[in-house]
Design a protein around this ligand. Structure first.
Ligand SMILES: O=P(O)(O)OC[C@H]1O[C@](O)(CO)[C@@H](O)[C@@H]1O
Length: 514
């Protein structure tokens, strides 16, 4: 458009209306803002949100000094080096030439992936390794991340993509498709958690019952007692999330023990670190479930080993006290973010509790308590009270804002739940689109369609804070975050702080697909 035309536009006015000022202010092209000054306003409108453009500014690896930068540049290559060491350890114990050569090819592919990460290579499509999720991954790469590299793609996508590429290193092999390079580490951390494991099993192996030696309780006293245990177990389930292998790789046994401490005093002490705490609303919801039908609770799991064990103690309580008649546990189809639960981890935990000899130092009473609890959990499984599932969507680069559209069957399935508990940091990142939303942003705004879509179930995020995104801190959230920024370096990645956030969703409404 020429300057003259612009001028004639700016000078036109409604017939009969004289505007003296307009004549003086002729509009020139040079008056238009520079393209680089046109900043998107946040949150983006729903129509302009996509995996490369979250509602608020994305975290990306090239942001120097950020956790995303440290993860992409240092942590992920270190994780890969450890994975390579693990595979080589396996090679050392093999005798068949065919198996050895095949596994060494996997190692070569891992080395190649590590070099790509360190050299900030481009994200390429996933190779056709016969897995059902190839199309979904490649659609996302093609639509949103074409020409992007590990550092300028969104951190969440690039990090998830790395785990799919790691998967590819093995699925392209003849014999090693199901090999889990993290399995040894996962088992090892559980076996080093003996204090906390037995503290819980000694307390909770016996079925819950009110103390019969004391005078009979009224209905409301009983409920009050249940509420106290509920609060305590919700916290145990929460702090179980602070032990995360991807971050704790170099921790000593003592440090792990102190993180896992589950004693009452410790819990009271740590409650003040829950920066957004909807546990009262959660209790109200769970209580209603008991009054109504004894509902269904879903756990979208995070870490194997000790955290999974804590989740199961919590789930056991919900079943025993009649809050839930069914618990569905959702795990990952393949090794994911180092310590996430796979089917093998799930089976390993239950079986090692019943049959294993992991804790040589434990007393017979302690071992028996663990066995007893494990047997009860396996019985739940046999009776279909506990169900383990692994939908492919959980191992994709999509956030849960896209769950409705990219995995409509899963959304429909979850919509039938009375409460979906998302455990851990990564699930929280995926719920909130992993972006720089302001700390006071209400949780149900931050999770988009997982709260606002018709049929969205009640969703609870139980998470220790281990990465940048922090929402749901209430109206003073900015002040809380600013104070912590000032006084406590690294408070967003230490796992010392936490949130328990609940969205009521729109349960009971008919799910609609666009
Ligand atoms: O096991 P969690 O709680 O999902 O934590 C996973 C960790 O890994 C990260 O994804 C970073 O690699 C962070 O989100 C978090 O610190």
């Amino acid at each position: 458009m020429s300057g003259d035309i612009l001028r004639s536009f700016s000078q036109s006015s409604a017939p009969g209306v004289k505007s003296p000022t307009l004549e003086k202010k002729a509009l020139h092209l040079s008056h238009l803002p520079d393209r680089t000054d046109v900043k998107p306003s946040f949150p983006r409108t729903p129509g302009s949100v996509d995996p490369n453009n979250p509602p608020w500014p994305a975290f990306r690896g090239y942001h120097t000094y950020s956790f995303a930068n440290a993860t992409m540049g240092v942590r992920l290559p270190t994780i890969l080096s450890k994975a390579i060491q693990d595979a080589l350890l396996t090679v050392n114990a093999l005798s068949s030439e065919d198996l050895i050569k095949d596994l060494l090819e996997c190692v070569k592919r891992m080395e190649q992936l590590k070099a790509e990460l360190e050299g900030n290579g481009m994200l390429r499509p996933i190779k056709d390794d016969g897995e059902a999720d190839v199309a979904l991954w490649n659609k996302e790469v093609a639509k949103y991340f074409l020409g992007k590299d590990f550092m300028n793609a969104t951190w969440l996508f690039a990090e998830a993509y790395k785990y799919r590429r790691l998967r590819e290193c093995f699925t392209l092999s003849k014999h090693w498709a199901d090999y889990d390079v993290f399995f040894r580490q996962k088992c090892d951390t559980f076996s080093r958690s003996s204090d906390a494991v037995f503290e819980l099993s000694m307390r909770f192996a016996e079925p819950f019952q009110h103390d019969l030696t004391k005078k009979p309780m009224s209905q409301s006293e009983m409920l009050e007692a249940e509420k106290l245990v509920f609060h305590e177990l919700t916290q145990i389930c929460l702090w179980g999330n602070s032990t995360d292998l991807s971050l704790l790789i170099n921790m000593t046994e003592e440090q792990i023990k102190s993180l896992q401490s589950t004693g009452g005093d410790h819990l009271a002490e740590t409650e003040k670190n829950i920066l957004g705490n909807h546990v009262e609303q959660l209790w109200d919801l769970v209580k209603k479930m008991k009054d109504k039908t004894r509902g269904r609770v879903d756990f979208v799991l995070d870490n194997a080993g000790f955290e999974l064990y804590c989740d199961c103690v919590y789930a056991d309580f919900l079943v025993q006290l009649g809050f839930a008649s069914q618990i569905r546990f959702h795990g990952k189809r393949y090794p994911w973010f180092v310590s996430d639960v796979t089917k093998k981890d799930w089976e390993w935990l239950l079986n090692t509790m019943v049959y294993g000899y992991l804790f040589p130092e434990a007393s017979e009473i302690e071992r028996e308590s663990l066995r007893k609890m494990g047997q009860r959990w396996k019985e739940y499984e046999r009776q279909g009270i506990w169900v383990y599932e692994q939908h492919p969507f959980w191992c994709t680069g999509y956030t849960f804002w896209d769950l409705l559209n990219e995995a409509p069957d899963l959304f429909l399935h979850l919509s039938k739940s009375d409460l979906v508990i998302f455990k851990g940091d990564l699930n929280h990142r995926k719920l909130t689109y992993d972006c720089a939303a302001p700390a006071p942003t209400p949780f149900d705004q931050a999770i988009g369609s997982m709260a606002s879509a018709a049929g969205a179930p009640p969703v609870c995020s139980i998470r220790t804070i281990k990465s940048d995104v922090v929402v749901g801190l209430g109206p003073n959230g900015d002040d809380v975050a600013a104070k912590l920024d000032q006084n406590e370096d690294g408070w967003k990645i230490s796992g010392k702080y936490a949130v328990i956030l609940l969205s009521q969703g729109r349960p009971g409404e008919k799910v609609r697909f666009t």
